[in-house]
Design a protein around this ligand. Structure first.
Ligand SMILES: [Zn+2]
Length: 320
């Protein structure tokens, strides 16, 4: 068979023989209807996973997503992202970003610090490129200026969880009592990434980290996708691991959903949206969450209490 034909037979969103999702060509936009405000039945909401970057980084990320991931529906700048979500009734937002190469983290962290000073309902995380010169100082300076934790992304930063640069970050987080959010699930895997997430990421490797550093608080986004079952077990067995729900409730990517939330340890799960990097309506997952039949207490934990504790959010106030 001609290679071109072989390529045509692969559809984004399908699964490979090894079970992984294919994200070679962009997935389609959904064009689903969006609400004007958060569903009324839900308790106050902390979105534990919103992306905020300086504009030049946002533009590069949007170009990448449009070409290899999915069409980004909300191409908003950082302040607009915050204004958009707060105007629709979110109570608090955790801002995340990641440095794609050494030397840019300080600029990104300064941007986040400025936003935090402007928006009282924002808690912003620091980032750093694992192993870069001054990594320790970059993070310590960010924490001194009020950043609430660290965000890393293995598919972009291509780090080995067991490298010296990563052990340095684990130690800095513990010394400053700051949590670490790291995308170390294997999906969504893209052939356009510079590294193979199936080689770098696994629940087994993450387990070594949380076992080796029991004082380190870690959150893995996307419920650990695609190793949902393994992560369900890990949050049961380890008190220092949390998961966020980003994109797993949307029913957007085939096979990218976890076990029913009520079967998981709900005091370790945080609602996160991945806004604005979404191909569907901003409130799609909130609506789904409101229809799951979860108890009021479970919803409260998932939608605010767990994030308030994980990120040490001070002075949380319900919106409206
Ligand atoms: Zn994200």
């Amino acid at each position: 068979m001609d290679l071109k034909d072989a390529k045509r037979e692969i559809n984004p969103g399908d699964h490979r023989n090894d079970g992984s999702l294919i994200l070679g060509k962009p997935l389609p936009a959904l064009h689903d209807a969006e609400g004007n405000e958060v569903p009324e039945s839900l308790p106050p909401i902390v979105d534990a996973h919103v992306h905020l970057f300086p504009e030049v980084f946002f533009r590069a990320i949007w170009r990448w997503f449009d070409q290899f991931g999915w069409p980004i529906r909300y191409k908003l700048k950082s302040a607009e992202v915050l204004e958009f979500l707060l105007a629709r009734g979110l109570s608090h937002i955790v801002g995340l970003h990641y440095a794609h190469k050494p030397g840019v983290a300080r600029k990104q962290n300064s941007h986040m610090i400025r936003l935090c000073r402007k928006f009282a309902q924002l808690s912003g995380a620091a980032t750093v490129f694992p192993g870069e010169k001054d990594a320790k100082k970059i993070l310590a300076d960010g924490f001194r200026d009020g950043l609430c934790g660290v965000k890393l992304h293995s598919h972009v930063q291509c780090f080995d969880m067991d490298s010296e640069g990563m052990h340095e970050i684990y130690r800095v987080c513990m010394e400053h009592d700051k949590p670490l959010v790291m995308h170390v699930g294997r999906e969504p895997r893209s052939p356009a990434s510079k590294c193979d997430s199936y080689l770098l990421c696994s629940a087994a490797q993450l387990e070594k980290v949380i076992r080796g550093y029991p004082e380190l608080k870690v959150c893995v986004p996307h419920l650990g996708g695609d190793e949902f079952k393994a992560y369900q077990r890990l949050i049961r067995d380890y008190d220092n691991l949390w998961l966020d729900t980003t994109m797993t409730l949307a029913g957007y990517m085939q096979g990218f959903s976890g076990p029913p939330l009520e079967e998981m340890r709900v005091d370790r799960i945080m609602y996160g949206s991945d806004f604005p990097q979404l191909p569907y309506a901003w409130d799609r997952e909130l609506k789904k969450l409101s229809e799951l039949g979860l108890s009021r207490e479970s919803l409260r934990l998932i939608l605010n209490q767990n994030a308030i504790e994980f990120f040490s959010i001070k002075g949380f106030q319900e919106s409206g």
